[in-house]
Design a binder for this molecule. Sequence first.
Ligand SMILES: Cc1cc2nc3c(=O)[nH]c(=O)nc-3n(C[C@H](O)[C@H](O)[C@H](O)COP(=O)(O)OP(=O)(O)OC[C@H]3O[C@@H](n4cnc5c(N)ncnc54)[C@H](O)[C@@H]3O)c2cc1C
Length: 441
Amino acid sequence: MASPSPLLEWLICLFGWGNSEVHLSTISKADAVRRTDAPDAIVLGAGVVGMATAYALARGGMSVMLVDKAPEPGRGTSFANGAQLSYAYTDALASPALMARLPALALALDPAFRLRPSIDPDFLHWIVAFLRNCTAAAFRENTLAGLELALESRSSLHELLARHPLEFGHTRPGKLHLYEDERSFAAAREVLLLKRRAGVVQEALTPGETVAVEPALAARGHRLVGAIHSPEEEVGDPFLFCRALLQTLREHYGLRSSFGMAVRRLELDGSKPAVVMDDGDRIEAENLVICAGVDAPDLLRGTGIKVPIWPMKGHSLTAPAGPEAPQVSITDVARKLVFCRLSGMIRVAGLADLGTRVAAVQPDRLASLVSAAKEALPDAAEYERIELSWAGLRPMTPSSLPIIRRARKGVILNVGHGALGWTYAMGAAERAARLLVEQPC
Ligand SMILES: Cc1cc2nc3c(=O)[nH]c(=O)nc-3n(C[C@H](O)[C@H](O)[C@H](O)COP(=O)(O)OP(=O)(O)OC[C@H]3O[C@@H](n4cnc5c(N)ncnc54)[C@H](O)[C@@H]3O)c2cc1C
């Protein structure tokens, strides 16, 4: 038998097993909902973050029970997002530039952004913390911390794919951020210098160079002042990733799962954490990792654990590629839209509506997305033949950085991945798993 991983060694020490055979050799190959045998860890939430976390724990030798209220993984905010594995673009939302635009945003003058003010104390707390993060120093620090996590994530994803080649439309088309005004392009060039020092490959391009990289932008070239090219950016379908990883976890790591029933409440004060399901069933484990995205604050209510997460709604559309569909992923900075090719289709995502808690598609906002997309790249997609319209709630923290920390012994939070959860998922999962390993024995 191979020597046990550090995580397994820690488990042996914790449970006094003494013989590692007990664990690895008894992992079941088939997935079965056997809530009665206590797993080593419960992962609550099967979005990209929860799936990646389940994998990191299972790889470390733990028996994992995955729990989600949806009938299958990836049905929450991870379902039809922008699909960008945005390893080079981790710019925090809170920034001096956003601060300068706040009056316009409050007056609803920016069609891409809506702010619904609230007197909810949680919102007031969140917005004050957000404004504190709008300084140049905080923006720089948050962006670079995001970059570090993103680069860890990229390595972890590539390692996973070397071990288990999953099918999820994964490609590396690179990305162009398009700028139409000199001021924001100059600011982007400054951030580029920071990122290059951190090891990111990025280049500032003239409009002519931009069109040479992506000829589908020829008709748009005259409106540009320049672009930032990140040739190593990747794309992949997060929902297909969740599905494929679930299958791998079942086949190779004996993952157990419970889909289709919500966790009604958490019990975190006993000797072991437990979740109580809607049917009253109680599942206990040595460890609980909470990956509940935008629902985390509600779930944690009453436990004494607070997480500053506020929803920021976005929409996406997926349509057949048009005659001028770009090969390279495109971010239209002025309209705050992303375009990419995804498994033969074009996905467009955007809009940032802060405060609404309803995830359903809003026809007026979808219409705004379509009209902005047509203005940006009129022939990129067949906008009259949209096959999927979708909306989701980004779990935003004031700093745009996720909350990955131990909240109690055996209770880890891995939540608040904001606008970049797909990008951060693999790295965040590794960090969350390490927190369990480092837990006092
Ligand atoms: C329009 C849009 C575009 C985006 N584009 C990108 C992009 O291009 N790149 C990128 O990196 N990120 C992008 N994001 C952000 C990204 O989608 C999110 O950060 C990410 O999906 C969050 O993943 P998660 O696993 O934390 O949350 P989720 O995917 O929401 O998963 C949480 C899970 O917890 C479950 N759950 C919650 N409460 C309970 C309960 N009580 N009982 C049982 N289960 C429960 C839910 O059912 C859900 O499945 C985008 C987001 C939006 C909205």
